[in-house]
Design a protein around this ligand. Structure first.
Ligand code: CTP
Length: 402
């Protein structure tokens, strides 16, 4: 999987409980085609053994700075790595690396490498909040390292509060590694606005009209755009998938709200990708109180919601690339072309809702891209992550053509 295939990742592990999650990270990276060289600190080995990492990566794990016949390991690992990652990075490791110490293999690699470095702190929330730890993290950022902020949420000790300290999930770390592998990234300096998921239209205070969109396609696009260096705004309805790492999320409920946020974001957007499935209908007169069973109305009067792409057209800056989707059940190409014209799109991504593995609620999609010049480009069934890359490749070409 791009950009991991063939990449060399040096993955340092220091002694924190979160190191069990690093095993998953090593597995994800390996499955994506990367060669992962794991380096364990002495205290990390108290938590997870080298053999676990060796089994997952299919490569030897490294532990010693000074060992017979391996005196130059730190230089070799430092040179060969496309990215050096330390996850989890403990408070002790942050302190030692912030002062330039090189008394074990991973700190020596950090000094010897000239590749991008990603540090993923994870510790108790009070420790992370301590002024000394914060100062160390700031200093490391100043040295040019990418230091991820820990997540909030349950920590190892059940008696402790849920402040920031938790290691981000392996998928989020992976996304950040992907971004560093592509740095500075073809979309660096661009603002990409993506919409995702369904919207909900109230019928009464507890009921709504919506659709089966999961938000997966939009989340994949937002994630890929971040990886390519863009500043990403993700305007989303209720999602079934977790929010992608790196995008600024803007949560909305109704189509009207989504239209308002899209209009605001267009003020400085270079690209708008409307992957959302906004509800097309709303209750003509939503009830202020819950509708009681006994007084069930025989029918529900509907009204149209605004078409976001059409009604925000005047807010686009000249040269903004606009991509729409067309979810069809018949005459796919013909209807998609119609939407390209009517909504003023540069590119329309058409898919057939009746086809297995395509459209709503699936992890895959089979899309056909249609550009302004009318050219039709059919793609095979692929994961939504792959489809996201296909779409962004076209967006980049369109940006270059402007
Ligand atoms: N879209 C929009 N505003 C809406 C509905 C849809 O901007 N109220 C966008 C979608 O995000 C998508 C494109 O328009 O990028 C086409 O959406 P689709 O559901 O395929 O078509 P509709 O315009 O809703 O038309 P129809 O339902 O009649 O096919």
């Amino acid at each position: 999987m791009r950009p991991f295939a063939g990449a060399r990742i040096c993955l340092g592990v220091t002694g924190g409980i979160a190191s069990y999650k690093t095993v998953f990270l090593a597995r994800l990276l390996t499955q994506a085609g990367a060669q992962v060289d794991v380096v364990l600190s002495r205290s990390a080995r108290e938590f997870v053994g080298a053999i676990t990492f060796e089994a997952v990566t299919g490569r030897p794990a490294h532990t010693e700075l000074i060992a017979e016949g391996r005196a130059l390991d730190h230089l070799k690992l430092a040179r060969e790595a496309n990215v050096v990652v330390v996850a989890p990075a403990t408070a002790d490791f942050l302190a030692r690396s912030a002062t330039g110490q090189a008394d074990d293999l991973i700190t020596a690699i950090l000094l010897a490498t000239r590749s991008p470095v990603l540090l993923v702190p994870a510790m108790n929330d009070k420790m992370w909040g301590h002024a000394q730890v914060q100062a160390n993290a700031e200093h490391l950022r100043g040295l040019g390292y990418d230091v991820l902020d820990p997540d909030t949420g349950p920590l190892a000790s059940p008696t402790e509060g849920a402040g920031a300290g938790r290691m981000p999930e392996p998928e989020a770390i992976m996304a950040e590694i992907g971004r560093l592998l592509e740095a500075p990234g073809p979309l660096a300096g661009r603002h990409v606005v993506v919409t995702a998921g369904p919207t909900r239209e109230p019928v009464d205070p507890v009921r709504f009209l919506s659709n089966r969109s999961s938000g997966r396609m939009g989340a994949s696009i937002a994630s890929a755009a971040h990886r390519r260096g863009a500043r990403v705004t993700l305007i989303h309805g209720p999602l079934e998938v977790s929010l992608p790492h790196g995008a600024r999320p803007v949560a909305v409920e109704t189509t009207e709200e989504m239209a308002r946020e899209v209009r605001a974001a267009l003020a400085d957007a270079d690209v708008l990708i409307m992957a959302a499935a906004p509800a097309d209908f709303t209750a003509a007169q939503p009830a202020a109180q819950k509708l009681k069973k006994e007084q069930a109305p025989e029918s529900l009067a509907l009204a149209r919601t605004p078409d976001i792409l059409r009604t925000t057209r005047d807010a686009r800056r000249p040269g903004t690339i606009v991509v729409g989707f067309a979810l069809e059940t018949e005459k796919v190409i013909e209807h998609a072309r119609g939407k390209l014209e009517a909504k003023g799109l540069d590119l329309v991504v058409a898919n057939d809702a009746t086809e297995p593995g395509a459209g709503f609620g699936t992890t895959t999609n089979r899309v056909t891209l249609i550009g302004r010049d009318g050219a039709v480009e059919a793609h095979p069934l692929a994961s939504k992550d792959t489809v996201a890359d296909v779409i962004l490749d076209r967006v980049e070409a369109l940006l270059h053509g402007r």
